[in-house]
Design a binder for this molecule. Structure first.
Ligand SMILES: [Ca+2]
Ligand SMILES: [Ca+2]
Length: 232
């Protein structure tokens, strides 16, 4: 049985006589402890609603017969054949942690192809998935119909470690959070499902939204409602 996730903002106040109610976002405590975040600054968001892929902010990678496009008010990952891959990557890097923590979020729909997911890597890799680079460093998430799971990994100098394995969902809103105290959190449909008191020394990186066709898991799925934000 996995350890129960702990609210990401609780770390660092465990030494004090304070507690934090995640459910209500209430704050109960004394002076000298910073309250949880109250607002946010959006660094980059895209609802993909105008059916025109924003090439100023995004680049794309398409392998074999994969086609990435903004259509039907969403970012479509068309991977019609085994071995196809598609990926959108941010052309700028973003400091997700900021000064008070922050997050990356997107809606993932995975009814057909093998997997869709979110990656956050400290380097910009445009000619292959960053998970294929033998020396890359990052966090990546796979919602996998092909594998029947949701997984979050860390990749350190090209070596993957599974941080979390959970339940496959055909449609979900995923949020990857980095708290101001470097706690890494994973939310599925606004529920915290995993957290770990670990993050890379870096918190500024590029975000990738990817899709994979594998064996019979082929077709079109999509991402939507992408956002990178810092808490204020
Ligand atoms: Ca657009
Ligand atoms: Ca949309």
């Amino acid at each position: 049985m996995a350890e129960q996730p702990k609210p990401c903002h609780s770390i660092g106040i465990q030494w004090g006589f304070f507690w934090w109610q995640e459910s209500s976002y209430g704050w109960i405590g004394g002076s000298g402890v910073q309250p949880p975040p109250s607002g946010e600054t959006v660094l980059f968001s895209d609802n993909f609603n105008d059916n025109s892929f924003d090439t100023v902010k995004w680049g794309k990678y398409e392998k074999n017969t994969g086609i990435l496009q903004e259509a039907n008010q969403r970012l479509e990952q068309a991977n019609p054949a085994d071995g196809d891959q598609t990926m959108a990557y941010t052309k700028q890097s973003y400091n997700v942690k900021g000064t008070k923590g922050g997050y990356i979020t997107a809606k993932l729909v995975n009814n057909n192809i093998s997997e869709v997911g979110i990656m956050f890597f400290n380097t910009l890799i445009t000619t292959q998935f960053p998970t294929a680079d033998p020396a890359s460093n990052g966090i990546f998430l796979s919602m996998s119909k092909g594998g029947g799971y949701l997984r979050m990994y860390k990749r350190v100098a090209g070596a993957n470690t599974v941080l979390y394995t959970g339940t496959y969902k055909a449609s979900s809103v995923i949020k990857i959070e980095i708290s101001e105290l470097n706690v890494l959190g994973l939310y599925v449909d606004d529920v915290l499902v995993f957290s770990v008191d670990w993050m890379f020394a870096w918190t500024t990186g590029y975000v990738y939204l990817h899709g994979v066709g594998w064996t019979t898991f082929v077709g079109i799925d999509y991402h939507d409602d992408f956002k990178v934000a810092n808490y204020t």
